[in-house]
Design a protein around this ligand. Structure first.
Ligand SMILES: *Cc1c(COP(=O)(O)O)cnc(C)c1O
Length: 339
């Protein structure tokens, strides 16, 4: 049994032994010259997986999102985006600081953007409102408890987006693939760009990917350089990314099953907290609690860590380093929680 059951985030995962071996043995070169064979292999593998022409390796998911805004959003226009998405809420105001677009947040309570909100924003341009230049969605959508967009919902969005480019913040798009049993390429069909993190549930130590058409990714490389995100012998970390893509996706199903068990325990302990365990499709459990710090002090005495994502809003995430024993321990702690 590990000493601490760390449910704060799936970003706490560490590289697996297979990753460390691949990293030690990685063939490398100067990626500034396009000469790192491992980076090139990772970019090609990711693009193929997404059904897109090209991809670029970036140091973080935030950088991938920011590059997408710089490439797809026109200065002085609106980006239609869910109110609680990472792009809006958890990037330290990066969009305002780095780009010349205005975020136009719409409701995303259940993780989904209502197509009517996109229709409204587009029509608004004829009524003195700021015209939109792009749409961004989050799949899976973390604050709603890791919900995945269904193929039908994605199709409805595409139908109203018209010629507006769509950026998918797919930090956890592989969780959506596994939860829905739908190949990821179908989940990003019609999107202009998709960002995915290798460094969360997939356990790579560093790195995210941005995929799109060859033209878009050529521009993305320029923006990456402007952000200071161009790297050199990055094959050392890309090697772990290849292991992540090749062998870490399927096992996400285990994380999803464990998150559901946690959600059942939370809903049983606090029936009025607003959590429907049936809505927990992936690895993320989010619920309201009147006093998170008191709850964390209690959980801590059982060696269980959780976190918040907003005032009065608790999050627990399952991942590779949480096993069934860890979940049993967390459930025992939740069952015994006061308040
Ligand atoms: C984690 C996350 C990001 C940012 O990724 P970093 O690698 O932490 O910069 C972007 N979007 C979503 C939905 C995320 O969960």
């Amino acid at each position: 049994m590990s000493s601490v059951v760390d449910l704060r985030s799936d970003t706490v995962t560490r590289p697996t032994p297979a990753m460390r071996k691949a990293m030690a043995e990685a063939e490398v070169g100067d990626d500034g010259y396009g000469e790192d064979p491992t980076v090139n292999a990772l970019e090609a593998a990711f693009a193929e997986r997404m059904g897109m022409e090209a991809a670029v390796f970036v140091p973080s998911g935030v950088m991938g999102n920011q590059i997408a805004l710089r490439v797809l959003g026109r200065p002085g226009t609106a980006v239609i985006v869910g109110r609680r998405q990472h792009l809006v809420a958890y990037e330290n105001g990066a969009a305002g600081r780095n780009t010349e677009v205005q975020l136009a947040p719409v409701d995303d309570t259940d993780g989904i953007i209502d197509p009517q909100d996109v229709v409204w924003a587009r029509e608004g341009a004829e009524h003195h409102l700021l015209p939109p230049s792009m749409v961004s969605i989050e799949n899976t959508h973390m604050p709603s408890g890791g919900r995945a967009w269904s193929l039908e919902q994605l199709k409805a969005l595409r139908a109203v987006a018209g010629d507006l480019p769509i950026h998918v913040d797919g930090a956890r798009i592989f969780n959506a693939e596994v939860a829905l049993g739908v190949p990821v390429a179908r989940l990003v069909e019609g999107a202009t760009t998709v960002m995915a993190c290798l460094s969360k549930g997939l356990c790579a130590p560093v790195g995210s990917m941005l995929a799109g058409s060859s033209d878009v990714i050529t521009e993305a490389r320029v923006e990456r350089h402007r952000f200071g995100g161009a790297m050199r012998q990055a094959g050392v970390i890309a090697a772990a990314g290849l292991v992540a893509l090749d062998s870490m996706v399927g096992r996400l199903a285990e994380d999803h099953a464990r998150a559901r068990r946690l959600a059942d325990a939370v809903a049983a302990r606090w029936p009025a907290c607003g959590l429907d365990p049936g809505s927990v499709m992936t690895n993320c459990v989010v619920f309201a609690h009147p006093d998170p710090s008191a709850l964390f002090a209690h959980l801590g005495s059982f060696g269980v860590l959780a976190g918040t994502i907003a005032p009065g809003t608790v999050r627990m995430m399952t991942h590779h380093d949480i096993d069934d024993d860890g979940i049993d321990r967390a459930i025992g702690a939740l069952d015994a929680a006061p308040g």
